[in-house]
Write a protein that binds this ligand. Structure first.
Ligand SMILES: C[S@@+](CC[C@H](N)C(=O)[O-])C[C@H]1O[C@@H](n2cnc3c(N)ncnc32)[C@H](O)[C@@H]1O
Length: 256
């Protein structure tokens, strides 16, 4: 059985997606689709500020973006679970900084993912940061009702000893998801990115992520001038990564 999904061309043009979907093995494949994402000026025409730090709730921000409008999103949730597990009692300034950030429960994370799935163009990418507990427990159930599939995993070696009752943490993990149709050819253009990446963490935020790794990934899945989004941007490391490779950024954080 085929279902035809027609984007609402009244609200936007460039971000429109017209595709013939064929449900198959609990997955969705598009036979034909356009990969045109929206230009930064078109977002600005809609009153969405680009290339600046915005203080806003991430779900409210995502709701302002049209369907199928962006090729690349980073999402780094403020996991509640980790703070529960990391009750060490000897917390330093960095750990105290973490505890003051607004945490996200699974339902909130699910709402972010629902909106991210909606705004990504066909074959667009979500880079989802996870800690080792979520990696082991698995995050695939979060994507059951979306068009996204896990397509890769990258380990970030922070080159710095963290906490740990048993081993000391040095790594974080980046799950790579792609909205249907799943494909690498013609969409992923950089082929020398290793799946273990060493880069020192910046000290401007307790959770800041590696600028150079994010830049390499942005280059791989977007074109010059494209827009990259991050709805919970923290130190706005994704904005810095996007600038470094000539892309635009749209995003926010509850803390600004
Ligand atoms: C893990 S940090 C992100 C760090 C970021 N990737 C970086 O490189 O700096 C998560 C961020 O989510 C923010 N946050 C929590 N709830 C939010 C919400 N509902 N909307 C937007 N941001 C939120 C927190 O303020 C925190 O800065």
């Amino acid at each position: 059985m085929k279902a035809k999904i027609q984007a609402d061309t009244k609200t936007f043009n460039k971000g429109q997606f017209v595709g013939d979907y064929e449900p198959k093995n609990n997955n969705v494949y598009a036979k034909t689709c356009t990969l045109e994402s929206m230009h930064v000026a078109e977002f600005e025409e809609l009153g969405i500020p680009a290339d600046q730090r915005v203080k806003q709730d991430g779900i409210a921000f995502l709701k302002t973006l049209p369907d199928h409008s962006v090729p690349c999103c980073f999402f780094d949730p403020q996991y509640r679970g980790v703070l529960d597990k990391m009750n060490y009692g000897n917390e330093g300034a960095r750990q105290k900084g973490r505890a003051t950030l607004t945490q996200m429960h699974t339902v909130t994370i699910g709402s972010f993912i629902y909106e991210i799935d909606r705004v990504l163009v066909p074959s667009g990418h979500l880079f989802l940061w996870v800690d080792k507990f979520h990696l082991v427990e698995g995050v695939t159930s979060w994507f059951e009702c979306t068009y996204m599939n896990v397509v890769d995993l990258i380990t970030w070696n922070k080159e710095r000893f963290g906490m740990g009752y048993r081993t000391r943490r040095m790594g974080e993990y980046l799950v790579v998801l792609q909205k249907a149709p799943k494909r690498a050819k013609g969409v992923w253009s950089v082929h020398n990115i290793p799946d273990v990446w060493s880069e020192k963490q910046m000290k401007d935020h307790p959770h800041s992520k590696p600028i150079k790794l994010q830049s390499a990934l942005i280059e791989a899945v977007t074109r010059k001038g494209d827009v990259v989004i991050d709805p919970a941007a923290g130190s706005f490391s994704v904005m810095k990564s996007a600038y470094a490779v000539g892309r635009h950024f749209i995003g926010c954080d509850l803390e600004g």
